[in-house]
Design a binder for this molecule. Structure first.
Ligand SMILES: Nc1ncnc2c1ncn2[C@@H]1O[C@H](COP(=O)(O)OP(=O)(O)O)[C@@H](O)[C@H]1O
Ligand SMILES: [Mg+2]
Length: 776
């Protein structure tokens, strides 16, 4: 089905939250738009701190409307190894791959025929690999567009380069204050100054000093921000005096130091103004990848010159100084450091001779986090711990990398990869999990506990990927070792794995005794998650052999275990399989209620695989109930979801592919091909939120209901509609055509819109719309 959900048009994903105001860049955004209309790849180049990332994100948000499959940002800064480039992109695109296919193939398959804008941020350390990936995916995705940011060109055919200039400076020596406010660099400085020193304003009296500061800093945004942060403790004149001291008299334009040297001098200065502890913390924080939480900062950076209790205050003062960024995500706060500033800290750390010790402490912390999560997987905290691992994925990766580059650490790496089992299973990282396990199994061959654990973990992951041959091989090796060692936990997982394999072969009769055995063994070692994993499959197996009453009672038993131990995630899966069993016993309404509860939970967890499985069961239940239009619409929703997040998981997990296909064709025949198609298309057109609301009967979602409110004040409904089309980059002619009005009429509307919004370009309209229609 070609139609795509209107709700996904222009949606942005993974763009950093704009914590601070955005200034200027109108010309560059227009340039990027023009370049992208002619070339598949636009690379924004320039030194660190010049504003590449911020520009790319803003341009993407503004142009988003032209991309029905959305805008996706992929931050590559934390990525250290080239093999992980394709998996990292797949992950950032929200694709859940359940197969053992190579990640580049998954990526190419996903992007094929998509009209999507992808931002690859921070390509500089992987330029060659990024170019290779871009070349490959573009071959089969003619409508794909890429904005890359990098210190240098990617060198791919058709690439256009935009060297990002610093922010604009006012012309002339002493511009009047009114003109200053229109000039980019002084505006950025003034806005950040106001945040640092409330009440600060640019006036006739201090205008010259502001311009002078901006000139000395060459209009480099990061430098302006660092200098403005000094106004917390220094007066404007003092800041200027300090800069004059540091940079001497302003040399003639041609002899100016390069931008990166200007910035460097400014970071030096900020560094100099930090306390010893702040400097120490800054350097130690450079060891992290991506962002980190307070606990990690205390554990890794505390001690040896920094009291652990002081870390929280030191983090706040680094935030005040614009060295760190704090990000609030619900209840928790995470800290992030800009690349340029991280690099500086990294150099200090290397000089201090403490880098090796810090890397070790970093590894130890995340190794502990992994094993604690494993220990708490059978508790009500399972969901929050898994969420935490998700937020720390880049750091976990770094810790695993450490284990494989430091001599003698491979066994720890293998243990860690095994502990992360449910993080890998959780959806996004199956392939990566197997890669770490297999790298570890190859490096650490001692036939001990760790190997046994890693083998069954790998086996279970391989089964989920339907990589049967590998699964059989690792479970075989695992059995030999486990029998020798009489390892009860391993034997329980092996029984589970063999039961799963039998189910995969659609041989429930063989699966039942294996799964029964697994349940018994997991009970004996007191592993509730294991018990539930086996009960869920046992419910499926009994259903398949027609023992429906037994299937229902096993489902209920699993539910009881989940409730007793607070296993939210497993409960959702249990509800889904129990729903199928209950429906087969004839109580479709109760079944729908059970599966809806599962869907609500998986939605809150953003477990797309779970969402897909629940939707499929709901469609099947609707068919059973004879609610055929609803079924058809749910199938439309389902296919759109899989198109967005990757292929459905291999069959046999909940009910067989054949079973699912039968249900679908039953609905199609009963309702008639044209009606099925129409409803299917309606479902396919719904945006994600509306689609799930419909599936849950939360609200009646009309066909093609708009993504945002009908009317964005001060515009009328018609003008709102047109403004959204302008934001999608349509010309007046195209707008006329799509609304079936004359081009002149469209022109008139656009003029009105510009007047009402008090702006003079279509780009500004687009920016305005993007602010009104918030992102996902
Ligand atoms: N146009 C802008 N408006 C406001 N802030 C900006 C702008 N450009 C850059 N900045 C700020 O300057 C700093 C450096 O910008 P960034 O985009 O990270 O640079 P780069 O990616 O080139 O290293 C960031 O704190 C960013 O928010
Ligand atoms: Mg950047």
């Amino acid at each position: 089905m070609g139609t795509r959900g209107t709700g996904t048009r222009g949606r942005t994903h993974g763009l950093p939250a704009e914590r601070t105001s955005f200034v200027g860049r109108r010309r560059e955004i227009a340039q990027i738009r023009r370049m992208l209309s002619a070339a598949p790849v636009v690379t924004l180049t320039g030194p660190g701190g010049v504003g590449k990332t911020r520009l790319a994100a803003r341009a993407a948000a503004t142009l988003g409307g032209a991309f029905p499959d959305g805008v996706w940002m992929v931050d590559l800064a934390a990525l250290r190894s080239r093999e992980l480039l394709a998996p990292a992109i797949v992950e950032a695109l929200g694709v859940r791959d359940h197969t053992a296919r190579p990640p580049l193939e998954v990526l190419t398959g996903h992007l094929k025929d998509k009209r999507l804008l992808m931002i690859l941020d921070n390509c500089e350390h992987l330029v060659g690999e990024c170019a290779a990936v871009a070349r490959t995916v573009l071959r089969s995705a003619p409508d794909l567009r890429i904005i890359a940011t990098s210190r240098q060109s990617l060198r791919v055919p058709g690439e256009r380069l935009l060297e990002v200039p610093p922010l604009g400076l006012p012309p002339g020596a002493r511009p009047p204050a009114g003109q200053l406010a229109r000039s980019e660099a002084p505006r950025l400085f003034a806005e950040r100054a106001e945040a640092a020193a409330p009440g600060f304003a640019v006036t006739e009296a201090n205008g010259d000093a502001v311009v002078e500061i901006c000139r000395r800093l060459d209009g480099i945004p990061l430098a302006l921000e660092l200098a403005a942060a000094q106004l917390r403790t220094l007066a404007l004149e003092q800041v200027l005096a300090q800069l004059e001291d540091r940079f001497g008299l302003l040399p003639a334009a041609g002899a100016r130091p390069a931008h990166h040297r200007t910035l460097r001098a400014l970071i030096d200065w900020s560094h100099g103004l930090c306390t010893d502890e702040e400097r120490l913390l800054w350097s130690r924080l450079s060891i992290f990848a991506g962002s980190l939480d307070l606990e990690a900062a205390e554990a890794v950076c505390g001690g040896d010159g920094i009291a652990a209790d002081d870390v929280v205050d030191l983090l706040s003062s680094l935030v005040d100084k614009s060295i760190l960024i704090s990000e609030h995500d619900g209840e928790s706060v995470r800290y992030r450091i800009l690349e340029t500033i991280r690099d500086y800290g990294r150099e200090r750390l290397e000089e201090s001779g403490q880098a090796a010790a810090l890397r070790r402490r970093h590894r130890d912390h995340y190794r502990r986090l992994a094993s604690e999560t494993r220990a708490r997987i059978s508790s009500p905290e399972q969901v929050s711990w898994l969420a935490r691992l998700g937020a720390d994925h880049a750091n976990l990766r770094l810790a695993l990398e450490y284990c494989h580059t430091e001599p003698g650490q491979a066994r720890t790496g293998l243990a860690m990869a095994a502990d992360l089992m449910y993080h890998w299973v959780n959806g996004v990282y199956l392939g990566e999990g197997r890669a770490w396990l297999e790298r570890g199994l190859a490096a650490e061959t001692e036939p001990g506990d760790v190997r046994v654990r890693a083998l069954w973990t790998d086996g279970v992951l391989a089964i989920i990927q339907a990589d049967i041959a590998s699964a059989e091989a690792v479970l075989r090796e695992c059995r030999t070792l486990a029998d020798d060692r009489r390892d009860p936990m391993a034997l329980a997982y092996i029984a589970l794995g063999e039961g799963l394999l039998a189910l995969g072969r659609e041989d429930p009769v063989a699966a039942i005794p294996l799964l029964d055995d697994a349940v018994r063994r997991f009970r004996a070692v007191d592993d509730p998650v294991g018990v539930v994993e086996a009960l869920i499959r046992l419910c499926v197996a009994h259903r398949s052999t027609g023992e429906r009453a037994l299937a229902v009672s096993i489902g209920k038993e699993s539910l009881a275990v989940c409730d007793r131990h607070g296993l939210g995630w497993h409960k959702a899966y249990t509800l889904a399989v129990l729903g199928v069993a209950v429906c087969e016993r004839g109580d479709a309404r109760h079944a729908a209620a059970l599966v809806s509860e599962a869907l609500r939970f998986n939605r809150s967890l953003r477990d797309q695989r779970g969402v897909g499985l629940d939707l499929e069961i709901l469609a099947w239940i609707a068919t059973t109930q004879g609610r055929l239009q609803r079924a058809a619409r749910l199938y439309g929703i389902l296919d759109t979801l899989w198109a967005r997040v990757g292929d459905p998981p291999p069959s046999g997990y909940l009910h067989s592919a054949a079973h699912a296909e039968q249900s679908r064709s039953r609905a199609r025949h009963a309702v008639g091909e044209p009606a099925f198609h129409a409803e299917f298309a309606r479902g396919a057109e719904l945006g994600y939120d509306e689609a799930l609301a419909y599936a849950l009967d939360e609200e009646p979602a009309g066909p093609g209901s708009p993504a945002g409110p009908d009317r964005l004040a001060p515009l009328t409904a018609r003008e709102t509609q047109i403004a959204r089309l302008v934001a999608q980059g349509l010309s007046n002619k195209e707008i006329g055509r799509s609304l079936m009005i004359a081009q002149r009429t469209a022109e008139g509307h656009v003029e009105h819109i510009l007047g009402k919004l008090g702006v003079d370009s279509r780009t500004q309209v687009a920016v305005w719309v993007s602010k009104q229609d918030p992102d996902e």
